[in-house]
Each structure stands twice: as structure tokens, then as C-alpha cells.
Design a protein around this ligand. Sequence first.
Ligand code: ZN
Length: 113
Amino acid sequence: MHELSIVMSIIEIANGEATKANAIKIDEIELEMGLLSGIEMSAFDFAWQEAVKSTVLENAERIIVRPGGKAVCLECNNSFDLDSLYSPCPVCKSHFINIIQGKELRVKSVTVE
Ligand SMILES: [Zn+2]
């Protein structure tokens, strides 16, 4: 399952941060997961509940920021909101677009006590 491997790498990052700060648990973790990142939230939540048990993230408050998709058309320079990776430019229908937002998948910040 794709989502589980993502949760595992988040735990790894959190472990690293906790070690650096000499902490045994994380209070709060902020994740950035773009709407075009392909993450299925219910699968992600399920994987999270299972995977964080007995880790530094077990009782961490999770904040998830979900930036929407944005792209710029390479043909006509129009910038527009994108709700799927395969949507064309709404003005000229070109598929040559540059996605500038929405594919983020990262740990934005970690707060330890
Ligand atoms: Zn265009």
C-alpha cells in the first residue's frame, strides 16, 4: 500500500527530529499534502492509525495542509486551477502545462516538547 510507505517515511523523519531534539515524543506535526499528490486520505488515515502506535508520533497532533492544484499553460501562459493531473488548459485546451502547486508531499514542521 502506497499510503503506508508514506506514513513510514514520515515516522522516520519524525524519529530523526525527535533524536535531534533529545525528545521522546512529538507534540505536533504539520504535513503538506497537495490535492494532486495522489494520496487517498482514508487509506492514509488508516495507515497512520496503525503505523504510529508505539512511535514518537503516537500522540502527536496532526495538522494537514492540502494545497489545491495550480498550473500555468506553456502555450498561452494562462494560469488556472487544476483539479486533476490530466486536465488541459481551459483557454486553449493544451496539455502542455506546468504544474506549480498541488503535488506537495512533505513534512512541513515538527514540534517537540
Ligand atoms: Zn493555454
